[in-house]
Design a protein around this ligand. Structure first.
Ligand code: KG4
Ligand code: ZN
Length: 354
């Protein structure tokens, strides 16, 4: 493999990520300081708390990554950093740190779209992992995270055509909200997956919003339905007037399974239909919700039927991390992109248009 060696920073939300990535693929170091425990206490992210935690962790995370990578500054070709979308205060911590490093070490700076990072996680190789082919174009990428849910077509590197996106909540947001409804805590995604795995009866059906032939998604109706179904289950269990008493674990498991099945069904069905429509040669799945085993298994089975390769990063590379920013940033660096020291946070930066 030949290509640039980049230092990559990610701080758009609640993970402080710093990585060193070679040639847009090979991870030399990838350190993530997660704030999940910090935000669990408030049941969600408080932006000011998140920004302060990034400030607290960014230097230790750099020290750790540097130790893992065994490289020197002379080896680094560029510094790549997420500049949006995300929380303004959090983004600024990473951007300003990246600028300082670029200035002190006289390295080029490249701004990266966080969502593009989630797509490019599909190109990453862990240290020591055997070489494998790159995702083939044209491809369809489904990105499902806490803040975003969309399907894009890529006919080449760094070019995106939006096929569909959520018209209301992101899939991860729905997982988090329903997780809270079920008393499973924050973040809801992994907790719902674990509870769903314990379900014995799998006959609770949650509604699917198909939105006709469109590739758009909607999860707010599902969330409302979940509230109604949970209330119904509480009434059935004689707990309607006792909000402090949790539902029995077996019922929570059934409900978690039904909810997860509805989300997975819509995501997988639309991705496969999109892949057929654009005659894709591969499907790439990314974003925090791509860590979901139910979604991974269902899409793998559906893609297999079409003899389409499905590329899904391991769960730790689906959730926010620096390596994915290095993968996308290397491509942008090689395409000649450079950011100035006036690079600013873009909290609502889009990835693609229709
Ligand atoms: O990509 P990510 O780390 O951050 C954003 O850019 O939003 O995604 C976080 C989201 C959260 O909503 C979390 O509940 C969800 O990903 N998530 C999962 C799983 N692991 C994380 N959702 C379903 N199943 C999982 N195993
Ligand atoms: Zn993300």
């Amino acid at each position: 493999m030949s290509g640039p060696l980049v230092l990559a920073l990610e701080s758009s939300c609640d993970e402080t990520g710093l990585a060193i990535v070679d040639a847009g693929r090979r991870i030399h170091a990838n350190v993530v300081a997660s704030q999940v425990a910090l935000h669990a206490a408030t049941g969600g992210i408080v932006p000011e708390v998140a920004a302060r935690a990034h400030l607290r962790w960014i230097v230790p995370v750099l020290d750790d990554a540097w130790g893992d990578a065994g490289v020197s500054w002379a080896d680094i070709d560029a510094i790549t950093v997420t500049y949006g979308p995300g929380l303004a205060g959090s983004l600024l911590v990473g951007i300003n740190f990246a600028k300082a490093l670029a200035w002190v070490h006289d390295k080029p700076l490249v701004g990266v779209n966080h969502l593009e990072g989630h797509v490019y996680a599909g190109w990453l190789l862990d240290p020591g992992e055997a070489e494998r082919g790159e995702p083939e174009f044209p491809l369809v990428a489904l990105v499902v995270s806490g803040g975003h849910t969309f399907l894009v077509e890529m006919r080449d590197h760094l070019t995106y055509r939006l096929l569909g996106q959520t018209v209301d909540d992101a899939a991860g947001e729905a997982f988090d909200k329903v997780g809270r409804l079920l008393g499973l805590g924050y973040p809801g995604g992994p907790a719902i997956q674990a509870a769903a795995g314990r379900a014995v009866d799998r006959d609770r059906t949650f509604p699917r919003a198909w939105l006709g032939d469109s590739f758009d998604f909607s999860f707010s109706g599902l969330k409302t339905a979940a509230r109604r179904i949970v209330d119904g289950a509480r009434a059935e269990a004689g707990l309607a007037h006792d909000p402090a008493v949790p539902l029995p674990d077996a019922i929570v498991a059934e409900l978690a399974w039904g909810f997860q099945d509805a989300v997975v069904d819509v995501l997988a069905t639309k991705s496969i239909r999109a892949a057929r429509e654009v005659r894709a040669r591969s499907i790439v799945l990314g974003g925090g919700v791509a860590a979901n085993a139910g979604l991974r298994d269902r899409l793998a089975a559906d893609a297999d039927e079409l003899h389409l390769p499905l590329i899904v990063p391991r769960p730790g590379l689906c959730t926010d991390n620096g390596a994915m920013i290095g993968a996308a940033g290397s491509r942008r660096f090689e395409a000649g992109e450079r950011a100035g020291l006036d690079l600013d946070a873009r909290p609502s930066l889009p990835l693609a248009t229709r």
